[in-house]
Design a binder for this molecule. Structure first.
Ligand code: UDP
Length: 318
């Protein structure tokens, strides 16, 4: 049985990856320090013999007994609000955590896939973003702690590949959504769904003309799985190129939830908020034979089913 270590296992993406690798017949070692993760996301895996959980902070020396075939490094705060509140931890997990895990991969002869991000492109001047674009990042802005940590993550991963011959894979993840996103993580989709369900204003930042391109989590997980098993060590964008303005996105959530008390309201645009983002996925198509299958209407319906279970409409007290 192949053994895979997944860091950030109790998080949104990490928990879906644990599910997928269990389904594919792996022994999964989930690791998390629960800074932003939630054990509820992986509770259903605890009874399984093929799953074990290690409560550990990967910025400290990481040890896992026995053979390891793969390491997937998905531990990190991942929303702008999170990294504003936890800037040092964000830098440490992207930098020190990645270093520790690469050391572990070298020691075990394991292949390591690291989660990078479209944030390495910053507020991009090339649109859609291709992997060859170097980005437009403000290192000392509020997003700098995340963006630069992830850029360091890519650099050190390439260095371990080149100098130590470690087998590495780098995925650049674009906005992804689905069940198990943390309700209060501040990202646009959990914010809009909870506000719409509660009948509050949907907080559109700026005039809502900025764009994002949202990928459903199952599609992303498929892309990660294919990249891990491929023989390609350069960065690959995985995301859904279906671009939408944040205002239109809010209107879609309003229409789906159908709460007459909810409406769009406008707030200040945060500093360095990228004006547009859309992946060029030619590489993923050519190298991995991958493209997204779930369109936004279907993905939003599935995600709404989840949010209905974790967010309740406001009840009027008498
Ligand atoms: N956004 C918004 N209202 C919110 C949260 C976010 O309008 O309550 C906007 C945000 O300004 C950005 C986009 O939605 O332009 C996506 O934000 P998110 O925090 O989800 O992730 P980002 O793609 O910026 O990392």
């Amino acid at each position: 049985m192949k053994r895979v270590l997944i860091t950030g296992a109790a998080g949104f993406l990490g928990s879906h990856l644990c599910d997928r690798f269990i389904k594919e017949g792996y022994h999964v070692i989930g690791m998390d320090n629960l800074l932003t993760g939630d054990l509820g996301n992986i509770e259903h895996l605890f009874p399984l013999n093929e799953f074990e959980f290690h409560y550990h902070d990967v910025t400290k020396f990481v040890h896992v007994p026995g053979q390891l075939d793969y390491i997937l490094h998905f531990a990190s705060p991942a929303s702008p609000i999170d990294y504003l509140q936890m800037p040092i931890q964000t830098m440490k997990v992207g930098a020190l955590g990645t270093h520790n895990l690469l050391g572990l991969a070298k020691e075990k002869g394991a292949r390591m896939l690291v989660a990078s991000t479209s944030e390495v492109y910053g507020d991009p001047l090339v649109h859609p973003q291709v992997e060859e674009y170097w980005g437009n990042v403000n290192p000392i802005g509020p997003r700098g702690v995340y963006d630069e940590a992830k850029r360091f993550l890519e650099a050190i991963t390439m260095a371990y590949h080149t100098y130590h011959g470690v087998e590495t894979r780098i995925i650049r993840i674009f906005n992804t959504y689905g069940p198990r996103m943390r309700v209060n993580d501040g990202r646009v989709l959990p914010a809009f769904f909870s506000q719409a369900i509660r009948g509050e204003g949907l907080t559109v930042f700026g005039d809502g003309s900025q764009t994002r391109s949202f990928c459903y989590v199952d599609d992303l997980v498929e892309g990660i799985y294919r990249l891990l098993l491929s023989d390609y060590h350069m960065p690959v964008n995985i995301g859904n190129p279906d671009e939408v303005t944040i205002k239109e996105f809010g209107e879609e959530v309003l229409a789906l939830v159908g709460n007459p008390d909810a409406k769009l309201i406008y707030k200040d645009l945060p500093k360095d908020d990228p004006k547009k983002r859309k992946p060029n996925i030619t590489k993923a198509k050519e190298i991995l034979g991958w493209e997204p299958k779930v369109d936004r209407a279907e993905g939003l319906r599935r995600t709404y089913e989840y949010f209905k279970t974790v967010v309740k409409p406001k009840t009027t007290t008498v």
